[in-house]
Write a protein that binds this ligand. Structure first.
Ligand SMILES: Cc1cc2nc3c(=O)[nH]c(=O)nc-3n(C[C@H](O)[C@H](O)[C@H](O)COP(=O)(O)OP(=O)(O)OC[C@H]3O[C@@H](n4cnc5c(N)ncnc54)[C@H](O)[C@@H]3O)c2cc1C
Length: 491
C-alpha cells in the first residue's frame, strides 16, 4: 500500500519510518529545501544553528521510539548529560545554576526559603508519580471519544493527583519564594502555555528537567532528525524536497491524489505532518474539513517567537549551554502572550539564550561562540523589519547589561527569524511557533484528532495532535497514529 506523508518535521520523519517498517511504500513530500521542519538547520561561515528545538528532554521517550526499530539513540549520536542543566538569571539580581545532581538543587531551594529542600523533594515526588502515571495511562494512547477520557481509572487517579487544578495555584501552594516558583513554572513555556492557563498535570515538566536531567545529542538536534531520515532510508522511504503540497484531492471520502506544485501522487493513505490548520483550511475543500476556519480562530495558540541566530568571534564564560533570563514582571509577560487584548511586542520580556558551542565543538569555529536568542511573542502581531530591529536592540541592551560585556561588536553572523517567517517557512497558522497551547480544553481528547472525521484514509501526526508540543510528544503522536493505521488497514 502507498502512503504519502506530507511534511518532514519530526512528526513526518518518525511516522514515515514506522509506516515503512510496517510494510507501506512511503513517500515523504516536503515543502522546504531540507528535512526537519521546526528543527531545520541554518549554517553560515562554519557556524551551525539548530533553528528550533535545542533541549533534549525525556530520554526515555526517545529510547522507546528507537526501540521500535531495535535501536537505541546511541546507535546514531553521542548523548551527554549537561551540567549545569541550565543557568537562570533572575532579573539583574541573582544568577543560579540548576545542577544535574539533584542534591545540589535541594540545597539551592533551601537557600531560597526555609524548608525549601523538603518542599522540592515533596514536589518532585508528586511530579514523578504523575509522570509515571501519564506515561503508563495517558500519553501513549489515543482519545477518540469522551468515554475514553472519562474512564474511571483516569478520572480517579487524576482526581487524587490533582492534575486538573491550575498550575499556578498548585505551585503557589507548594512554594513561597519567587525563585522557587519560577524554577518549577518556567518549563511550561516548552508547552506554549502560561501557569494560569495550564493544568497542574504539566508539573511533570519538573520531574523531566530537574530529576531526569537535560541531555545533549552531540552534533545537535539536527543529528536526531538526520537519524530518523537514516531510519526512513533503511526501510526504503523516498523523499521529495522543495515540493509544497497544494491540494489533497478527495473522492468518495478518500484522498485519491496528493497534488504538489510539480507533480501528483496516488495514495492509499495520507498522513499529514504539515501544520494541521494549514492542511485543513488550505489543502482540503470545505466539505472535507473536520475543523474549519472558525474552529481554528477560537483556539488558544501557543506563542510565536523572535529568534536571533548570532555567530560571534569570542568565547563567553558568562553563559552555560542553556540560559534563561526571567523577567521580574513575569505575569504581565504571560498576559502579553495570551491575552489578545494585551498582545503587543513586550517591553521587558523573559528570554532564552542557547549557546551550543559550550558543549559541541562542531557548532562554531574554535574560539568562537554560537548564540541563539529566543523571545516568545504573541502570534498574529504586526511584524516589520523596523519593529524587529528595534526589539532586537532592546533585548541586546538588556542582555549586554546583565552579563556586563558587549556582544554586538563581535558579530560575524546574524539572522533574525520571527512571526512572518514561521508563517512562510512552515505554513504556521498566524505564525505560531509551537502550534496549540496545552490548556485544559486543548489537552488529550480536546486536541485535533489523529484521524479525519470526514476523509477515511487521512491521518495527522505532529505537535497539534495528542499528546502535543515538543519533540518527544511528537514522536509519541506518530507511534499512536502508526499503530492505528496498521490496525485499520491490515483488516
Ligand atoms: C524555536 C523553537 C524552539 C523549540 N525548542 C524545543 C526544544 O528545545 N525541545 C523540544 O523538544 N521541542 C522544542 N520545540 C518544539 C518542537 O520543535 C516541535 O514541537 C516539533 O519539532 C514539531 O514537529 P512537527 O513535525 O509536528 O512539525 P514541523 O516541524 O513544523 O513539521 C511540519 C513540516 O511540514 C512541512 N509543510 C508545511 N506545509 C507543507 C505543505 N503544504 N507541503 C509539504 N510540506 C509542508 C513544513 O515545512 C515542516 O517541515 C521548539 C520549537 C521552536 C519553533
Amino acid at each position: 500500500m502507498k502512503a504519502i506523508v506530507v511534511g518532514s518535521g519530526f512528526g513526518g520523519l518518525s511516522a514515515a519510518a514506522l509506516l515503512a517498517k510496517d510494510g507501506f511504500k512511503v513517500t515523504v513530500i516536503e515543502k522546504n529545501e531540507q528535512i526537519g521542519g521546526r528543527a531545520s538547520v541554518y549554517s553560515e561561515n562554519d557556524f551551525y544553528f539548530d533553528m528550533g528545538p535545542s533541549w533534549y528532554l525525556m530520554p526515555d521517550v526517545y529510547e522507546k521510539f528507537y526501540a521500535e526499530f531495535d535501536k537505541k539513540p546511541q546507535d546514531f549520536f553521542q548523548l551527554d548529560k549537561l551540567d549545569p542543566s541550565y543557568r537562570i538569571f533572575f532579573g539583574d539580581e541573582k544568577v543560579v545554576d540548576i545542577a544535574s545532581d539533584i542534591e545540589k538543587n535541594y540545597q539551592l531551594f533551601e537557600s531560597f526559603e526555609e524548608g525549601g529542600a523538603e518542599k522540592l523533594k515533596k514536589y518532585l515526588a508528586e511530579s514523578q508519580e504523575v509522570y509515571d502515571f501519564s506515561i503508563d495511562e495517558m500519553l501513549y494512547r489515543d482519545y477518540t471519544s469522551v468515554l475514553d477520557f472519562l474512564s474511571g481509572k483516569l478520572m480517579l487517579r487524576g482526581y487524587k493527583l490533582k492534575i486538573w487544578e491550575n498550575l499556578q495555584h498548585y505551585v503557589n501552594n507548594h512554594f513561597e519564594s519567587d525563585e522557587a516558583r519560577k524554577i518549577v513554572q518556567y518549563s511550561i513555556g516548552f508547552l506554549g502555555g502560561s501557569p494560569q492557563n495550564t493544568p497542574s498535570f504539566y508539573h511533570i515538566m519538573s520531574h523531566i528537567d530537574l530529576t531526569m536531567g537535560v541531555w545533549y545529542p552531540q552534533g545537535g538536534m539536527r543529528k536526531v532528525a538526520s537519524s530518523m531520515q537514516d531510519l526512513c532510508q533503511e526501510y526504503g522511504v523516498e523523499f521529495k524536497l522543495n515540493e509544497p503540497v497544494q491540494k489533497l484531492e478527495v473522492n468518495d471520502h478518500q484522498v485519491k491524489r496528493v497534488i504538489t506544485d510539480k507533480s501528483s501522487y496516488e495514495a492509499d493513505i495520507v498522513l499529514v505532518n504539515a501544520d494541521y490548520a494549514h492542511a485543513e483550511i488550505e489543502l482540503l475543500d470545505e466539505s472535507n474539513q473536520t475543523y474549519d476556519e472558525r474552529y481554528w480562530d477560537k483556539k488558544v495558540l501557543a506563542p510565536s517567537a523572535m529568534v536571533a541566530y548570532l555567530g560571534i568571534d569570542k568565547e563567553m564564560d558568562q553563559f552555560a549551554h542553556h540560559n534563561l533570563f526571567l523577567d521580574k514582571d513575569w505575569e504581565a509577560g504571560f498576559d502579553s502572550l495570551f491575552d489578545p487584548k494585551k498582545a503587543v511586542w513586550p517591553k521587558n520580556p523573559s528570554y532564552y539564550v542557547n549557546v551550543p558551542s559550550k558543549t559541541d565543538k562542531s557548532a562554531a569555529p574554535e574560539g568562537y561562540e554560537t548564540l541563539f536568542i529566543l523571545i516568545p511573542l504573541a502570534p498574529g502581531i504586526e511584524d516589520t523589519p523596523q519593529i524587529r530591529e528595534e526589539f532586537y536592540n532592546m533585548i541586546m541592551d538588556d542582555l549586554e547589561n546583565k552579563i556586563g560585556e558587549t556582544i554586538r561588536d563581535h558579530i560575524l553572523v546574524k539572522r533574525i527569524f520571527a512571526l512572518t517567517d514561521f508563517k512562510e517557512r512552515y505554513n504556521a497558522y498566524k505564525g505560531t511557533a509551537l502550534g496549540l497551547s496545552h490548556t485544559l480544553r486543548q489537552t488529550a481528547l480536546f486536541r485535533p484528532a489523529h484521524m479525519s472525521k470526514k476523509v477515511k484514509n487521512l491521518y495527522y501526526s505532529g505537535h497539534y495532535t495528542h499528546p502535543g508540543i515538543g519533540v518527544p510528544m511528537v514522536l509519541i503522536s506518530s507511534q499512536i497514529v502508526a499503530q492505528e493505521i496498521k490496525e485499520r488497514h491490515s483488516k
